[in-house]
Write a protein that binds this ligand. Structure first.
Ligand code: SIN
Length: 318
């Protein structure tokens, strides 16, 4: 929360926020701000800069309600509807509830996650303009377990050999919603997809619109195939890239407490929701807002194209 001591950046200049990196490539804790109140223009700019650099920011002890989460989020851009496919919290069209049991059906058969990248994703990359950033507020947090992991896709891109970078720079992939293989899913999932399904072809390497950095734009839960390759080539190359993208040295693991906020750049990261929470009784409840995103652009300057569904626009009350 607010910090009375004067904060400085590494060059010694006074700052409104404190930024403490938590791993080499990704994640920083932010202090010196009270998110229940409007931020100064300088604090907003400093948070934006920290987000671009560290890709995911963690704020502790904030305890926002729905209205305060909306007000905080709006200082960084226009908000989408809670979730373009799965809807929103009643009376709060721009808030999506991340409740433990929303996905419980997927796990009720007890099937194991077999591959380390299973479940990793950037939010809604099936859309032509996936949200640019997401803001997740922890309300009910299990006493242990339930961590969220994040990976830096710019570091992952830079960690590929120059030869492979040159190859993937020119590729595009098809992202779509599909039930996880071999798992039960929401009863009405297919119905929802018929009404609000999304599919898009995005560059495999995305040029970040603000930093110009290249990100390995592989969102394992949504990315189904690489255009122009045989199914086997596509499967093998995707496995290689996914395994690479979630290497431990590009990732950070966030241990939640009630009142925490995680704010991530969806254009340069993927994240993994926990599956261990289904093995204990404790509840877990978080709430997410997402900022409207733009259409990704590849290294060749070519934008993504939509295969199905509509762009995710700013929520507008009717
Ligand atoms: C999400 O995928 O946005 C939620 C992450 C989480 O539940 O930890």
């Amino acid at each position: 929360m607010s910090n009375t001591a004067m904060l400085h950046n590494i060059a010694g200049a006074p700052t409104e926020i404190g930024v403490s990196p938590v791993s080499i490539h990704i994640g920083a804790e932010i202090d010196g701000v009270d998110l229940t109140k409007p931020l100064s223009a300088q604090a907003v700019e400093e948070i934006r800069a920290a987000l671009l650099k560290w890709k995911v920011l963690f704020f502790h002890d904030q305890h926002l309600d729905h209205e305060q989460q909306l007000a905080f989020s709006r200082q960084f851009g226009e908000l989408t509807v809670g979730h373009a496919v799965f809807g929103n919290v009643e009376e709060h069209p721009e808030i999506y509830s991340i409740a433990k049991h929303r996905k419980a059906n997927r796990y009720k058969t007890g099937e194991k996650m077999e591959k380390p990248w299973t479940g990793w994703h950037a939010d809604i990359t099936a859309a032509i303009n996936p949200p640019s950033a997401s803001i997740l507020r922890g309300v009910n947090i299990p006493p242990y377990g339930g961590d969220t992991q994040f990976t830096n896709l710019v570091a992952a891109y830079n960690g590929l050999s120059e030869t492979l970078r040159g190859f993937v720079d020119g590729l595009r992939g098809v992202h779509r919603f599909a039930p996880p293989q071999g798992a039960d899913t929401f009863e009405d999932y297919q119905e929802l997809l018929k009404k609000r399904g999304q599919a898009s072809e995005h560059p495999l390497v995305r040029v970040h619109p603000e930093t110009g950095e290249r990100a390995l734009y592989v969102s394992p839960s949504f990315l189904k195939s690489i255009v122009g390759l045989t199914p086997r080539e596509s499967e093998q190359l995707l496995e290689l890239l996914w395994e690479h993208a979630v290497r431990q040295d590009y990732t950070v693991r966030f241990r939640w407490k009630a009142g925490d906020i995680a704010f991530w750049d969806n254009r340069s990261t993927c994240h993994l929701a926990p599956s261990d929470i289904f093995q204990i009784d404790a509840d877990r409840q978080l709430y997410r807002t997402t900022l409207v995103g733009d259409v990704p652009v590849g290294v060749d300057g070519k934008p993504s194209n939509s295969l199905e569904g509509e762009p995710i626009l700013a929520y507008a009350a009717e």
